[in-house]
Design a protein around this ligand. Structure first.
Ligand code: TLP
Length: 342
């Protein structure tokens, strides 16, 4: 089966499993797991921050960032199709008690003018803005990369208005590899930066949230405990994260090349509408005109050995990752064309 539903489906390689099996562990709620501590130090250094916290998921990293940097009843600026809006089960409202101020970006990218206009005035009637969030790369935007200049402009506005910023960098390293801009350069405008080990980097679970502010780290640690994310001998998972950071960053380029190749194959199919320029990293969104319903088309593709996600309307998502080869990509193109021709 060629599984292009997400880069979350990657399975730990044999070498990664060996690193996990050998991991030295301790109780991480006491701060005593040496492998977790090493991963946190590595992760912080990679994004140019002083400290980082290992958490079970990207969702928890985002939620801790919201909980630690906004008060219930305050407002958080987010892009309207961001993961925090679409895919976190309303946790921003349910757990942090914040209201989201949605900004509709182009392919998920907000402009600094839009962000500035969304900041609330400091008058006694108006809800108060607490935090600005940016998602890079932007998942629902199509794996799109924030131009560094846009982040710099948003950062300058945030500083001027005294607002912290959080980066949902679930796929930050895809942006890094695609542009050559360092993670530190992207991260320096943000108070908190999260990135996932369990997407294209290939670890089975885990994310890191990094900051320069040690008081912030302690807040994040308290809220991690509150949210049930304090793990014990988590070094077994952290070892997979270390392996991922050591071996799987540069190879993300292969995933990007595969995505471009697949996009090119799909775009040749008459029933498919796909903007080739929109494919910047490892995520492809496209529309299909078909007499089948999306569920039926997904099932028909599955029967031929290809998994993709229908994401609403006539739109579909395919994501490349380290468990798909160049041959798989060609095969996926053939399956798609063959199934739509039937
Ligand atoms: N995204 C998943 C699904 O939840 C949609 C996927 O298959 O793409 N931020 C961004 C930008 C993400 O894309 C995701 C996962 C997360 C956060 C959350 O990560 P996890 O799944 O570890 O909670």
């Amino acid at each position: 089966m060629i599984d292009l539903r997400s880069d979350t489906v990657t399975k730990p390689s044999e070498a990664m499993r060996q690193a996990m099996a050998r991991a030295e562990v301790g109780d991480d709620v006491y701060g005593e797991d040496p492998t977790v501590n090493r991963l946190q130090d590595m992760g912080a250094a990679l994004v140019g921050k002083a400290v980082a916290l290992f958490v079970p998921s990207g969702t928890m990293a985002n939620q801790l960032a919201l909980r630690a940097q906004a008060q219930p009843g305050q407002e958080v600026i987010v892009e309207s199709r961001s993961h925090m809006v679409r895919y976190e089960q309303g946790a921003g409202g349910a757990l942090a008690g914040v209201q989201f101020h949605w900004v509709p970006g182009e392919h998920g990218i907000m402009t600094s003018e839009q962000v500035e206009a969304a900041i609330r005035p400091k008058d006694p009637h108006t809800i108060q803005t607490a935090l600005i969030c940016v998602e890079n790369t932007h998942n629902s935007g199509g794996g799109t990369i924030y131009p560094l200049a846009t982040i710099e402009r948003i950062g300058a506005i945030a500083r001027q208005r005294g607002l912290p910023m959080h980066l949902d960098g679930a796929r930050l390293f895809n942006a890094v590899v695609a542009t050559g801009t360092s993670a530190t350069e992207y991260a320096k405008h943000f108070t908190t930066v999260s990135f996932c080990l369990s997407k294209g980097l290939g670890a089975p679970a885990g994310s890191l949230i990094a900051t320069n502010d040690r008081d912030m780290l302690e807040k994040l640690r308290r809220f991690r405990r509150m949210y049930g994310g304090g793990m014990r001998q988590a070094g077994v998972l952290a070892a997979a994260g270390i392996f991922a950071l050591e071996h799987n960053i540069a190879r993300l380029k292969e995933d990007h090349d595969h995505a471009k190749r697949l996009a090119h194959l799909l775009a040749q199919i008459p029933a498919v509408t796909l903007d080739l320029k929109s494919v910047e990293t490892n995520i492809i969104f496209f529309d299909v005109k078909s007499s089948r319903s999306p569920a039926d088309l997904v099932a028909a593709l599955k029967a031929e050995g290809l998994l993709i996600n229908a994401v609403g309307g006539n739109t579909y998502r395919a994501v490349t990752h380290l468990d798909v080869s160049a041959d798989d990509i060609d095969r996926a193109g053939q399956i798609f064309a063959g199934t739509l021709a039937k």
